[in-house]
Design a protein around this ligand. Structure first.
Ligand code: FES
Length: 114
């Protein structure tokens, strides 16, 4: 039996909790729970699904492009991220993550126009 973690999303002033098994992508579990969250590539590349990690840790080993600097700056890609702990996340970090990437000279896809 996989371990299940509690993931709290901070959404427009309200909090929504979702139980996510350790072997499941956070985005897929959140959508099953009824949350409407953006995505595009769903491969951990485009940053459309980026969140701020307020607390907790995410396994990003399935993400195409995810850097230690992203983790240190508190960004996560939930399309290909699995929980390693209980989490508190704030969606809507796409633009901030891309600006951060550019400031560090790291790839910052522009495909979605954000
Ligand atoms: S949807 Fe592209 S990185 Fe998550």
């Amino acid at each position: 039996m996989p371990q299940t973690f509690r993931v709290i999303f901070e959404m427009d002033g309200e909090e929504v909790g979702v139980d996510v098994p350790e072997d499941r992508y956070i985005l897929a579990a959140a959508r099953d729970a009824g949350l409407d969250l953006p995505s595009m590539c769903e491969m951990g590349w485009c940053t459309t699904c980026a969140v701020w990690i307020i607390c907790g840790r995410i396994d990003q080993s399935d993400s195409w492009r995810y850097y230690e600097a992203d983790r240190e700056a508190g960004f996560g890609l939930i399309c290909t991220g699995k929980p390693l702990t209980d989490l508190r996340l704030r969606p809507g970090a796409t633009r901030a993550m891309r600006e951060f990437r550019r400031s560090k000279g790291l790839p910052a896809p522009r495909a979605t126009g954000l």
